[in-house]
Write a protein that binds this ligand. Sequence first.
Ligand code: NAP
Length: 496
Amino acid sequence: MAGRGIFAEIMDGDVFKYYVHGQWIKSSSGKACPIMNPTTRKTQFKVQACTQKEVNKVMDIAKTAQKSWAKTPLWKRAELLHKAAAILKQHSAPIAECLVKEIAKPAKDSVTEVIRSGDLVSYCAEEGVRILGEGKFLVSDSFPGNERTKYCLTSKIPLGVVLAIPPFNYPVNLAVSKIAPALIAGNSIVLKPPTQGAVAVLHMVHCFHLAGFPEGLINCVTGKGSEIGDFLTMHPGVNCISFTGGDTGIAISKKAGMIPLQMELGGKDACIVLEDADLDLAAANIVKGGFSYSGQRCTAVKVALVMESIANTLVKKINDRVAKLTVGPPENDSDITPVISESSANYIEGLVMDAKEKGATFCQEYRREGNLIWPLLLDNVRPDMRIAWEEPFGPVLPVIRINSVEEGINHCNASNFGLQGCVFTRDINKAMLVSDAMETGTVQINSAPARGPDHFPFQGLKDSGIGSQGITNSINLMTKVKTTVINLPMPSYTMG
Ligand code: NAP
């Protein structure tokens, strides 16, 4: 049960506390933010609504803690991360239970998210000691006009305080994918979890607390992003922002100061299916990619661009699989569970109704009960429909029939997004040409888009992001290069 056993100290009555300076405390605001259970649509948990004054204090504490953490040997930082990873994995059950209640993630997937997060933290510790243990040595006479009179040593130093803001759909995994690289690189953390998902994140933070990190190094403030978000992201004490979410990220990047930004934003991931594709493989991946976690994934297949000559056969194969998807509560491990909120369900419904008015073919009847939307494949979608471009973040998948590969590539590239894409074909040469032409951060050949394994680079082009993630890239992004130049006297002798 949430907030029980070793997690008892993170609660005060029925409200979860926030975490600062190694302690769980109540906000002086006296206010709590409710967390709605997407399935019951009733308040499941409450978290503290932190004040601006509390954020100021947290920033000061994080700044002080970072100074000594930066001097802590790398191997010691790694040791603590390994410890936190083990505690996190050991307590995957209660954390997963929070995910089920807060974000309606199917039970098995919730456990997988926590275990994967533990693995990410361990990998990060190992990768960190390797890549941060290395520097560069340059000599001056490689540049014209210079003698061999200067030696340049480079190393990587931390940035300072990293502000980490993950989204609701992978609150634990996308929190640790920011926390672990920041910590191994010698930074401190101010974490602002998504409101839906905050309680799972607070449990995860407690695992780091139990691992024994220095006080003040990891801090977690709670509250609605719409209320404290701007104050946090524009705070002068922040030295780097690592954000994952939707359009909010574009607004943040316009307001943030002169600090490194890591932005993982939305996507309209296109799946191009060519005439020579293995259609069973394509159908299986389109259904898994489009409907896992009810389509609430940045890397979900969000539009299938299918060659007209094979479209009837492929659509039938997709529909056969959609018919087998189970629909219901996350506790039952249903494939399709309620979407995160009523406003999200309304938004999805708006896209569906727009497609209906404009003549899309409904392969299933549209059905919704509360936040639960039954999986829906829309065939014969045209570019004048909103669903051809917008991210539904729900279990609705549009199929656009195309007459040439170029038409598919042009549709993909006309999007403001550029996260991932995929192509199905048996011809590797064609696949490589399509991959080269698609303006997305990653292209998967013969598989649905996906994040991970977590050490693979992961990045979005255009409105899909800034910077590249993945463990190694995140560690590098959260450091700066520092150089020390040793100036030698001019040689007073000649060789030879
Ligand atoms: P969101 O609404 O943008 O929220 C993301 C985070 O930002 C939440 O923690 C939210 O807190 C916070 N926030 C809200 N307003 C803020 C503000 N003014 N300043 C600072 N923070 C603020 O996104 P979401 O609905 O949680 O997640 C879905 C989106 O994330 C989709 O677009 C999806 O594609 C994208 N996503 C991208 C990736 C990727 O790697 N590219 C991965 C996963 C998801 P509150 O919850 O308190 O509002």
